[in-house]
Design a protein around this ligand. Structure first.
Ligand code: E4P
Length: 223
């Protein structure tokens, strides 16, 4: 499963990429606007941090297929190979996905809430679809069930489109999405770090240190 960071915060992306096996970043207009900086500068910095191996999913804002395609082409020129143009699944968004995918530009269909939206996006040529788990849970839906149904239908119809489950607010949602075989999750930094936390891990580490120090004193094996 791929781990992506759902943020546009340069400092956090840099810090977490330095520690964890992070595969890339997803942004959306809300996340970018939170940073309150020039977006060109922001994407330049993200490009530098993510380097040649990590993906960057950037959302378009166009209100017609033509505008989205133009945005996608500009972003592609600037961010290159690792870019996935994130496009909401409106009718003109689907048209833009078809055009961009025919041009060889990678796309992620976003704001996905039903398996049929995902299927249409996949048929249009999307490389990823992003179902919003927490936003579905919030309306008494079952976000992870939708992720699971999308994965099933992609298998049944032998579609190569992958699922990047998104919009997480707690660890249980991430855990359950991984259990149904999502190809990727995109997680806010503060939640991502919690994935590794466990009080028993902390107390195990403390006990190992204490036992060692009682016999060998402070210090490490490698001095
Ligand atoms: C993914 O890329 C989405 O834009 C994001 O996960 C939405 O999350 P939210 O529901 O917390 O805004």
């Amino acid at each position: 499963m791929l781990y992506l960071l759902d943020t546009a915060n340069v400092k956090e992306i840099k810090r977490l990429c330095n520690i964890y096996p992070i595969d890339g970043v997803t942004t959306n207009p809300t996340l970018v606007s939170k940073e309150k900086m020039d977006f060109r500068q922001l994407f330049t910095q993200l490009k530098e941090i993510l380097g040649p191996d990590k993906m960057i999913h950037v959302q378009t804002l166009g209100k017609s297929a033509e505008d989205i395609v133009k945005e996608g082409e500009i972003l592609n020129k600037f961010l290159g190979e690792n870019l996935y143009v994130k496009i909401p699944v409106s009718p003109y968004g689907i048209k833009a996905i078809q055009i961009l995918s025919q041009k060889g530009i990678k796309t992620t269909a976003t704001a996905v809430f039903t398996p049929q939206q995902a299927l249409i996006a996949a048929r249009a040529g999307a490389d990823f679809v992003a179902p919003y788990v927490n936003r579905l849970d919030n309306i008494i839906g079952d976000g992870v069930e939708v992720v699971s149904e999308i994965i099933k239908e992609f298998k049944i119809y032998n579609l190569k489109t992958k699922v990047v489950a998104a919009s997480f607010k707690n660890l249980e949602q991430i855990h359950k999405a991984s259990q149904v075989g999502t190809h990727a999750v995109t997680v806010p930094p503060e939640l991502f770090e919690k994935l590794l936390e466990h009080p028993l891990t902390d107390s195990a580490i403390r006990k190992f240190e204490k036992d060692w120090e009682e016999v060998y004193g402070k210090g490490k094996i490698v001095s």
